[in-house]
Design a protein around this ligand. Structure first.
Ligand code: PGA
Length: 356
């Protein structure tokens, strides 16, 4: 069975020097080594260029089941040449780096990097076999004009121009709204982030078909211990890309474990929903199948009857349960035909399944 993939990463920006990076990585590695999850978790850290070589050595030496990937914050698209101050893909490869971030908002805005330049770097990084994290995101001005979706689509379409389907297994996307990044950033709400992740996934599937749907899309921009659990449980968010809140190893560890915990709670709920779904299916069959059910009315009343408690009514969650509409109509039918007693029995059966 394929395990669900989940990503947690941090960009250290221009903050930690070599020594501090190594201390940080050793602690993070030690803390995360005891994490047990049935998810396929990828953890990555993107330090400064001067720390890269030692960082790669450091994580190799750690005897930890959680393998931390080390990434570079930028890369020149060319293998070599007259690019004073730049770092080439070959130089990164030589020291064992296998992840490169392209197009972080601070590079796009402080260094005026364009989508076309990001595209060249993405093409180069992928052809050299790097895991490639392309960052995209709209500014607050673009958001206020109501053109966020168009901006995201443009950044994806240009940034991923000429990328082949065969290269997609190495590609990751980070959605980082510019207005949400850094100390003055306002974190995006989980609903907003989810809606933009949907747009991104939609665009990726338009560009690459089914294969595009498997490209992980991470959210970044003022992720913290408080908002991480809600963000990570959004259906279209595959991981979290964290800045400030991850720069102390124990903070990052806490953020990861609380996110994993909220994912596993969600999974248990799904399992319960599966039980309900099974019962609903059986009952539907007993009544002669879906074709026999034509009363989908009075849902709210049915809910009150079935759940006995108004406060438990969360329409959105309940509608996620497969066949649940069938259960409503079923109880409705049964109640009309056979009376309320049977509805009680359905309720008890559902509760038993939920608690077992
Ligand atoms: P932040 O940084 O979490 O500190 O907002 C995010 C980023 O720049 O990737």
């Amino acid at each position: 069975m394929n395990r669900k993939k989940i990503y947690f990463g941090t960009n250290l920006k221009m903050y930690k020097g070599n020594q501090e990076t190594i201390q940080y990585l050793s602690k993070l590695s030690q803390l995360t080594s005891c994490i047990q999850t049935d998810l396929d978790m990828t953890l990555f850290v993107i330090p400064s260029f001067t720390s890269l070589q030692d960082a790669v050595m450091c994580v190799r030496q750690q005897n930890s089941s959680t393998n931390i990937k080390i990434g570079a914050q930028n890369m020149n698209a060319q293998d070599q040449g007259q690019y004073t101050g730049d770092i080439s893909p070959l130089m990164l490869k030589e020291i064992g780096v296998n992840l490169v971030m392209i197009g972080h908002s601070e590079r796009r805005h402080n260094m005026k990097e364009t989508d076309q330049e990001e595209n060249k770097k993405v093409q180069s990084a992928l052809s050299h076999g790097f895991h490639t994290l392309l960052c995209i995101g709209e500014t607050s001005e673009q958001k206020n004009y109501g053109i966020s979706d168009e901006i995201l689509r443009t950044q994806l379409k240009i940034g991923l121009h000429n990328i082949t389907k065969e290269q997609l297994s190495l590609l990751w996307i980070a959605y980082e709204p510019v207005w949400a990044i850094g100390e003055n950033g306002i974190p995006a709400s989980a609903d907003y982030a989810e809606s933009k992740h949907k747009v991104i996934k939609q665009c990726l599937s338009e560009l690459f078909g089914e294969e595009g749907e498997n490209i992980p899309v991470l959210y970044g921009g003022s992720v913290n211990l408080g908002n991480a659990p809600e963000l990570i449980t959004q259906p279209h968010i595959d991981g979290l890309f964290v800045g400030r809140s991850a720069w102390q190893a124990d903070n990052f560890y806490n953020l990861i474990t609380s996110s994993l915990q909220s994912l596993s709670l969600e999974k248990n709920e799904e399992n319960n929903n599966d039980h309900v779904s099974k019962i609903a299916k059986m009952l539907l069959q007993a009544l002669g199948g879906v074709g026999n059910i034509n009363a989908l009315t009075h849902c709210a009343t049915r809910l009150r009857v079935v759940l006995k408690d108004d406060t438990k009514i969360n329409k959105f969650d309940i509608e996620k349960i497969k066949h649940v509409k069938g259960v409503f109509s079923l109880t409705n039918q049964i109640q009309i035909i056979l009376g309320k007693g049977l509805v009680e029995q359905v309720y008890i059966a559902l509760e038993k399944q939920r608690l077992s």
